[in-house]
Structure formats: structure tokens, C-alpha cells
Design a binder for this molecule. Sequence first.
Ligand code: BG6
Length: 524
Amino acid sequence: MGSTNSAKVADAALGSPANPCAMVIFGAAGDLTKRLLIPAVYNLVTGKLLPEQFAVVGVSIEPFSTEEFRRQATKDIHEFATGGVDDAVWDSFVKRFYYVSGDFQDPVLYKTLGDTLAQVEKEQGTQGNCLFYLATSPVFFSVVAEQLAAAELTRQEGPKWKRVVIEKPFGHDLASAEALNHALGQVLEEKQIYRIDHYLGKETVQNLLAFRFANGIFEPVWNRRYVDHVQVTVAEELGVELRGGYYETAGALRDMVPNHIFQLITLSAMEPPISFDADAVHDEQTKILRAIQPISPERVLDQAVRGQYGEGAIGGKRVPAYRSEPHVAADSQTPTYVAMALHIDNWRWAGVPFYLRTGKRMSERITQVVIQFRRPPLVLFRNTPVDKITPNQLVINIQPNEGISLSFEAKIPGPVVRLGAVNMDFQYSDYFGTTPSTGYETLLYDCMLGDPTLFQRADMVEAGWAVVQPILDVWKALPSRDFPNYAAGTWGPQQADELLRRDGREWRDPTLAAGPRHPTGTGA
Ligand code: BG6
């Protein structure tokens, strides 16, 4: 199938190289840099999306020399590249790597960095353009931005641009997100700030926009008249690994909901923007977040479910309870699972619940959005063996099996009227093959082009935190009494099933690769 179908899309424009620039990575010795950022930049190089006039400047407290940094990066790329490494390409690329060591709070570091950037501009022709990537602990976000500004490294003159990418987490609640926005706003223009959410780097997430707005057949039914409810599932098989220290202060709600899951919800629910300009898209996303009915404190325990995994088995292997993971308190109250029902109070969605759930150590790694349409009346089939009609479901699989499937009822052949749910399936890999990527390529490329559409604007981030803040407050005031309340390797606590059951609904089994196939009539 691949060759015919891919032929149809083979003429897709691949894009031209980004602007010359230096990419300065704060936190250059960290995990994010070696696992994702450098492999992503390398993929841009091999994809011919970076100009020759490009350089990487690593910054961290580690006392490396430039030579040592290049050697380490060479070792790491062989471990973390998403495809093979072409040594000739890499060797010429790594010669454009530089390193500056120092304390992020020390003005001397920024003086040295300024000197290095001047040298890089001269040697590599980066034309004074600079992308500062803050792959650091969040405590340094505003410190680094302030110091960069104080050293005049973020000053934009003429065509020379300076942009600052801020990693996640952006604040740990509404007040801290507001404070961080305020601090950044003191030293940078909003247009210089690129708040990253790596979910927006996923092709399937970006495809939500293409799917909804490049096809005429879905928009007319994409509303409360035809849609019964929406489910968003972000299930992870992994536990907290070695991130217990961070995760203890975050938990599933902060870690996944106001950022990743709200991207999925806003892109699924927003009105068509008037263009794909960043502001037009962000305006519509923000309107959705603001239209979510605030959850009153009294309703939090009803509308939101929290969970924490106990020990269990995944893929036949025993795994420990969250409370036994490294750097996790033995009586930890941190949720590793959250489910909730949200209501978007606008003309398109009033009365259509959006159920979301996310958790660690679930049976499988699956992210999907399910649009469940209204059930048709059964009256036509009254005098037949059909006693139930399965509602149509549109399933958008974000990962790992990227694709879209639509289930509908069909007559099972035979003299007796029986119905069976069947599927129309689209798999990304059938049409477009698979290009291994880290998910950061598009985001970095867009930042170099100055396109912030796939980044978050200040007001979006705050609107997201405003939705979850009441839940954070109530959960903090009323610790859970039943943690751990789900076994690793399951689909989460029973209360999450109850959340839907009392509305007469149920979670779709996310492992059904392509909708239910059981007959819904009797007799044969
Ligand atoms: C990160 C969270 O932002 O996203 C992690 O901090 C989580 O806890 C990860 O595992 C999930 O990302 P992905 O791309 O694997 O779905």
C-alpha cells in the first residue's frame, strides 16, 4: 500500500533551511539536551533544514571545555539519534559546537557567553540571531532571562532576532505561572518568548487542525447537535522512573493536564481560526479554556478523580508501587492518575461532556481522542432482532499507532437483520511511512523561523492553570484516604469508571485498535 499512497503525497514541500542563528542551550549537560535537543537538531541537519551558518553553544555548570563538549555530544548522538548517524555529516556539524561553563546566577557567565557569541558570529556567520533554549530546572527560567537581558544579549537590533524557549513546567499553579509571565515580561517582549509544549511537536496533534479544517465533511457534525461526548485518554506504561523528586512536587494533574491534555482538548474543540497565524489560533484555543465551566470547590471531589498506583504487573513483569519508587515519600499523597469531566460552556459544546484521564503505570501506552456521536433512535429496528445500536465513534490515535478510525454500523450478511460495528481506518504509516523523530524538530525549526503557532501564549498558559487551580486547592486541603487505589498495569481507579457510569457512559477500551466488532443483534 505504502508506495502508491506515499506517491500521492511525495510532492509535499520539504521546506527551506531556517535562518542563520546560534542555538544556546542552558542545561547543556542535562538529559533533555542529549536525548532530544541534539538529536532533533541533527535531524534538521540531515533534513537540510538548517543553514551552514548555524552553531550550538552549550551552557552549564559542568566544567567542560569546548573539545570535551564536542566529544561528549559525539558519544551521545550515537546513543540517542533517532536513526543512523552519518559520521561525515556529524563530524562537520559538531565542529560548530561551543561550550561555556558557569553558574546561571553569575553575571560573569553572561559576559563570557557574550564574548563566545561574538566569536561564533564571526566564525560561523550566525548573523547575530540567537535562540536561547532554557533546558534547565524551572527555578532558573526567570533568573536566566533576567541575566541575559542585563547582559544585553536579548536586545534585538534591526533584523537580528533573539528568542527564548522556556521548557515545561511553566509554573506549578496559577499564581506562579502569572508571576513567571510577569518576570519574563519585564525583560522580554511576548514575541520573543516561546513556551514549549512538546505535544504540539507531535504530527498527530498538529493533524487535528488539518483534519478538522481541511475537510468539509466533519465541521457540520462537530457540535452538540451530533456529538454525545468526547474522551481524551493519555495513558503511560512507564512509572516515574528516576524523576521521583520532580514528580512528588508535580503529580499527574500538573504534569499532564493544563499543558498536554489541554492542547488536545482545545485543538479538538476550538472554532475555526480566521487564519493559521499564531494569534488567530491562540485566540481560539484560549476562548475554549475560558469557556470551561469553573469547577466549584464543592464539586471537585465529584467531578475529578485522583489515583496513585500500587504494585502490579505490566507485560508479565512485576513493578513496584509508586510509594516504593526512588525519591518518593513512603506516605506520598501525590496522584499518578487523574480523570475528570469538563464542560465547555459555549454554543458549540454546551451539554457535551469532555472526559479526560491520564495516568502512569497503566496497561499500555496510548494517547487518543474519541469523539462519540449521538445514538440514533432504535425505532426503525423495533421489530427486528437488533436491540442496540452502537454509536459512531471517531477515534484519533495520537500515539503510538498514529491514525484515525471511524466506526459505524453495517448489516451483517444473512437473512436475519443483524448489525455489527465496523471501521474505516487510516494509519499514518500506510500513507506517509515513518520518519523517526524526537518530536522537537518542528518546534525548533518554527522557532528559528519566528513562527510561534505551536507554542503557548502567556494568556493561554494562565487560562489552563485557572481551570485546574480549584482541583489543586481541594486535593491539597483534603488528602486522599485510599492511596494507592489502582494496581500498576490496570486502567486506573474504579472511581474513574464511576465518573462516566453515572452519566450512562463508559470509557472506550483504548486497546481496541479499531472499534468494537461484535454483532449487536441476536438470531442468525
Ligand atoms: C512530560 C511529562 O511532559 O510528558 C512526563 O513530564 C510524561 O511525565 C511525558 O511522561 C509524556 O510525553 P509523551 O510524549 O511520552 O506522551
